[in-house]
Design a protein around this ligand. Sequence first.
Ligand code: TYM
Length: 344
Amino acid sequence: MTTIEAAAQSTTQNNRKKTVLSGIQPTGILHIGNYIGALSVWVANQHLYNNLFMIANLHALTIPEAVKANELRENARRVAALYIAAGLDPKEVVIFLQSDVPAHAYLAWILTCCTPMGWLERMTQFKTKASQSETVGTGLFTYPALQAADILIYKADYVPVGDDQNQHVEITRDIAQRFNSLFGEVFPLPGTLNRSSGARVMGLDDPTAKMSKSIAETRKSHAISLLDTPSTIKKAIMSAVTDAGSETRFEHASPGVKNLLTIYEVMSGEERSAIEEKFVGKGYGFLKRELLDLVVRTLEPIQTRYKEIREREGYLDELLAQGAARASAIADKTLEEVRRLTGV
Ligand code: TYM
């Protein structure tokens, strides 16, 4: 695992900008955990790397019972629009739908064949998701091989993600190594890029669980979505779990309070010492009101740009078509190498 601060020291190799790939599943509206752990990091570092950011719509099929075609299409466009609204510059970065670049699924099959079942059985996300479904599809099990294909098809150097995805990047390295030793050196081993603070934003209603899109669908005050109104945000923050005390120092605060402080830290960009000074002895009500103000101010410009993007006729279609063409040009080259080495 590399922190963003450390990776910023190493953005080129042989004078070539390093490559970054990441993605988000379009399974619901993005929340501030997705924004803090992933999207805001992509935006902040977009000028340092060659970047590819995809909308992982094939991954959304791993729980097919939850899929409605129209909803999936709409969610995918919403995620694409939010990428740009949050600050990704489409001239600087490649934005595309995973399903528009068939080489991902093709390479995923080849990598699946190189992945021992034992490695997949150890994946904690698989264990959690499988325990929540009655029928577990094979796609849910082989999900990490598709994710490895997403990353390796672009020979990515870095994968900026929240820390819940670290195990998926680790297995990507193992799969790359196994392919390389079986067929020949094709894939560099990618590194994970995590924030040093904010890599795991917790649920506001339950600070022992990661803020998640699926929980947010059934529990109103669990998360804050990037498109929430100020009054919805207010309800979620003002009812966030804290404790009976008044401790606002990061290292001593209870999990709920630490979560609020962390969101404040990342969104304000202020130093921890300044934040602690600001909140000491003021009670949790003050912390919540200040955080509410900050979250609303952070999301407002994103929501305004989002609206504009959605109203521009044909804009997203063109952007995604261009993104798919640019991504395919790179992906097809890697696939050609893989086909030659494997003999298919
Ligand atoms: P997904 O859609 O669950 O999450 C998208 C990104 O948001 C981060 N994230 C969080 N970060 C901090 N706190 C949270 N509470 C939080 N919840 C989510 C995730 O870590 C992720 O960075 N399998 C991936 C999508 C994917 C992908 C890839 C990612 C498919 N192929 C290749 C990177 C590279 C997923 O389901 O993310």
